[in-house]
Design a protein around this ligand. Structure first.
Ligand code: CMP
Length: 137
């Protein structure tokens, strides 16, 4: 079944000029692009987007990283998009990242991990709504 998911290319990957290669990886894996934009998180948007992590030890560090430079957001569509995108980006935990995944290629730590992808269809709907200003619940 066709699904949508949200990919963020995070500030460290933008700074290090990896947008092009990350987009190529998505194209080579047959993801259809529905929308794409470049923007900069501010604190308020970061707190909303990452609300589930508020109170965690890494939260402040995550926010200051996310507002440090531009982010590219892409709505992708494909059968089983949520799970496939999670596989392509690789694990949050550096020890568990498979070679060839986007994070294995471009992450610079657990926080500066190059990309984010929605972890469920529900999260994708919520995150797309926040970043692309659509109706959310
Ligand atoms: P992301 O997939 O965007 O989701 C939450 C983000 O928090 C994660 O990627 C990392 O950038 C950051 N983060 C930092 N430390 C941790 C941690 N210990 N566990 C999970 N996420 C972390």
């Amino acid at each position: 079944m066709k699904e949508q998911s949200l990919l963020l290319i995070k500030p460290n990957a933008v700074r290090n000029k990896h947008i092009g290669h990350i987009v190529t990886i998505l194209e080579e894996n047959d993801f259809h692009f529905c929308a794409l934009k470049i923007f900069r998180f501010d604190r308020q948007l970061g707190e909303l987007f990452y609300a589930e992590h508020k109170g965690r030890a890494f939260f402040e560090n995550l926010l200051s990283f996310m507002i440090s430079d531009d982010t590219v957001a892409i709505i992708v569509e494909k059968d089983n998009a949520v799970q496939e995108l999670r596989e392509i980006i690789g694990d949050v935990d550096p020890e568990k990242r498979k070679p060839g995944t986007i994070r294995a290629l471009y992450a610079e730590g657990i926080t500066e991990n190059a990309v984010h992808a929605s972890d469920s269809i529900t999260s994708a709907i919520r995150e797309i709504g926040i970043i692309f200003d659509k109706q959310t619940n």
